[in-house]
Design a protein around this ligand. Structure first.
Ligand code: ZN
Length: 459
């Protein structure tokens, strides 16, 4: 008998263009969405009661450093410079392969718990091939869908396994040839570029060339740092002739409108991570200006070492910040705003179909469409913070949080049900305690997260 799940009687947001919320049943068969109809109650299937719930595509996080899960909250009052010293230049050095496993496994469970079914994992703590393998295994064991964006950056370990970029490229080629050769699996391969500011445009040009040769989605931090004027990775890459539709640009706060137009013209996507950008002095989130020149918004949580790994508040924060910026233009003319934009719907698209497009996965996920893979979430509408559901889009964008996510399914496999993750809670705790204990001991042995004098930065 085929593997069938029936989501009964939900309010369905398919997120297809122009679609309206509607009461429907969704039949999932062998991992795919088989049918969306008003009444499929006669079908023999495992039934999930979605009555009084909102059913929508699983959300897509387009920028997260999942390995950092054990460092939750340690940089909550810190600047970008302190974050780079404490996390990128110090904690990353201490990570062992088993810490990469724990970070990815537990971080992906956190994402799943909050209704995220796909993560672009910017994995920039690849100190050895075993680190990459362990991160990948953690991701696979969680059951989530992910683009594993292998970091080509150096980590300042005392005795590097990868002594040269050539060694990292060889490792990337091997991964692509063997473990991540398929673009149809649940976990596919991408590349995270070195920071241009640290590595230089010469090295980054080489990294882009090899990523393209291997046919991989590419992501990079861009246009978010002062050195001492705004640094433009877009301008560097444009000058080198490297812009293209395979690039996911992260942050982009300091990007000019002309540069944003260049990204749109060349088919690139951007990821906005409002909490980190606002805390760390990167500037105003750029997604509104990107939308104004014809681009589409997508969102990420970025670093759990700062802020929440729940994508709902990120989307809400991005929306209300953009509204504030637009309203300010009216207020500057002593005029109360007559219309409020952007819409809640535009940002729910950002968290679903736009994210899928940015990752090159829109033919497989991002909308609830028969034939697509069944990445679906069920959000309870009967919780105190959700009742009454006057508008299901507004309910999800403005009111929902991770605790309202009742059911999460990735490619037809249920990973959270009745509000509970199915992964073994005792194993989760043990993994966290082991890895967190080791990492914090190492940090203490080395003089704290930011030892004095602090590590010098290249800017
Ligand atoms: Zn980042």
């Amino acid at each position: 008998m085929p593997d069938r799940i029936l989501l009964r009687d939900g309010t369905v947001l398919t997120m297809e263009p122009g679609s309206r919320p509607r009461r429907a049943d969704i039949l999932v068969e062998d991992g795919l969405i088989a049918a969306i109809e008003p009444d499929l109650s006669g079908v023999d299937a495992d039934v999930v009661d979605a009555g009084r719930c909102i059913v929508l595509p699983g959300m897509v996080d387009t920028h997260r450093h999942v390995w950092q899960t054990q460092l939750r909250g340690v940089t909550h009052d810190w600047s970008l410079k302190d974050y780079i010293r404490a996390i990128r230049f110090q904690s990353a050095v201490f990570y062992r392969p088993q810490d990469m496993y724990a970070g990815n496994y537990l971080g992906m469970l956190e994402a799943i718990d909050a209704g995220v079914t796909t993560v672009l994992d910017f994995s920039h703590c690849v100190n050895t091939p075993e680190h990459a393998a362990a991160a990948l295994q953690g991701t696979r064991d969680s059951g989530i869908r992910s683009v594993f964006a292998l970091g080509l950056n150096d980590v300042p370990v005392p005795h590097p396994h990868f002594a040269t970029l050539a060694a990292r490229i060889e490792h990337a080629r091997e991964l692509r040839a063997k473990e991540l050769s398929s673009d149809q699996g649940l976990v596919t391969m991408g590349i995270s570029l070195s920071d241009v500011l640290v590595a230089g445009i010469g090295r980054v040009t080489e990294e882009v060339a090899v990523s393209r040769e291997l046919g991989l989605r590419i992501t990079l931090h861009a246009n978010a740092v002062m050195f001492p004027q705004p640094v433009s990775e877009v301008a560097f890459l444009d000058e080198a002739g490297l812009l293209g539709p395979d690039l996911v640009w992260v942050h982009m706060n300091q990007t000019t409108d002309d540069e944003l137009r260049r990204v749109v013209e060349t088919g690139g996507a951007i990821s906005t991570t409002p909490e980190t950008e606002m805390q760390m002095g990167m500037g105003h989130p750029a997604h509104g200006r990107f939308m104004a020149v014809g681009g589409k918004c997508t969102f990420g949580c970025d670093v759990i070492s700062n802020n929440s790994g729940d994508l709902f508040p990120q989307v809400r924060l991005a929306l209300q910040t953009e509204r504030m910026l637009r309203n300010d233009l009216d207020l500057a003319r002593n005029h109360g705003p007559d219309d409020i934009r952007p819409s809640t719907l535009s940002h729910l698209e950002g968290a679903t179909i736009n994210g899928a497009e940015a990752l090159g996965l829109a033919s497989r996920i991002g909308t609830l469409t028969p034939g697509k893979e069944a990445d679906i979430i069920v959000v309870r509408g009967d919780a105190p913070n959700m009742l009454p559901v006057n508008d299901p889009v507004a309910a999800v964008v403005m009111h929902a949080h991770a605790g309202n996510v009742d059911t999460v399914m990735v490619a037809g496999r249920i990973l959270k049900r009745d509000g509970r993750l199915l992964a073994d809670p005792a194993r989760r705790l043990a993994l966290m305690d082991d890895s967190h204990g080791y990492l914090m001991d190492e940090v203490r042995r080395h003089g704290g997260l930011i030892p004095q004098p602090p590590v010098p930065l290249p800017w």
